[in-house]
Design a protein around this ligand. Structure first.
Ligand SMILES: [Zn+2]
Length: 189
């Protein structure tokens, strides 16, 4: 059980870190060329455009992870400067917090990974969202809608209380993934 929990925790924090690194590489590395959307600016000492939306996003994601960590571990000490490094730091300092707070941390990590992914792959052509189960019917048929900025369940029978197709935010997908992982851990023991 301990190992399973450790694996699950490690996976979510490493996944979030990997996605933040990928986002930095794809949107903030000058050799990759100009970003094709969003705000850009030319830095005074560099001809390379900087994707300010991505800079803002990485900063906000880092701040959210630090705020969560400090709320649960006030003695955590200085946080890493790099957004991608903050997840291992958060993990290190929140290993003994209450299970409900651990779930919140894993939800945050999965959500950040999905948000970073969607900044690189706006229509989910690489299919990361599609690997999540629908929180209502548990099918593997959710598809990302860029106009809605929500995942839509593809099952015709899975509807909300107004008979519209079920749609989900990335937060709801992340929360459902953590609940699924917890169910699997419980049945594995
Ligand atoms: Zn569904």
């Amino acid at each position: 059980m301990g190992n399973d929990e450790g694996d699950t925790r490690t996976r979510t924090n490493q996944t979030a870190a990997a996605r933040m690194r990928l986002l930095t590489a794809e949107h903030l590395t000058p050799t990759r060329g100009a970003p094709t959307h969003g705000r850009t600016a030319t830095m005074a000492h560099s001809p390379a455009p900087v994707d300010l939306d991505t800079v803002d996003y990485l900063s906000a994601a880092r701040t959210e992870a630090i705020t969560f960590t400090r709320r649960h571990a006030p003695d955590a000490g200085p946080a890493p400067a790099d957004a991608a490094d903050v997840y291992a730091w958060m993990d290190e300092h929140t290993q003994t917090i209450q299970p409900a707070a651990q779930d919140q941390r894993r939800t945050l990590e999965i959500r950040h990974a999905l948000e970073a992914h969607l900044r690189i792959d706006r229509d989910d052509s690489r299919g990361l969202i599609r690997r999540h189960r629908c929180p209502r019917c548990h099918c593997l048929g959710v598809v990302w809608s860029e106009p809605l900025q929500r995942a839509v369940c593809g099952s015709g029978r899975c509807v909300d209380n107004k008979a519209r197709p079920s749609t989900w935010s990335v937060y709801q997908l992340a929360e459902a993934r953590v609940a699924d992982q917890n169910r699997m851990l419980r049945t594995a023991t």
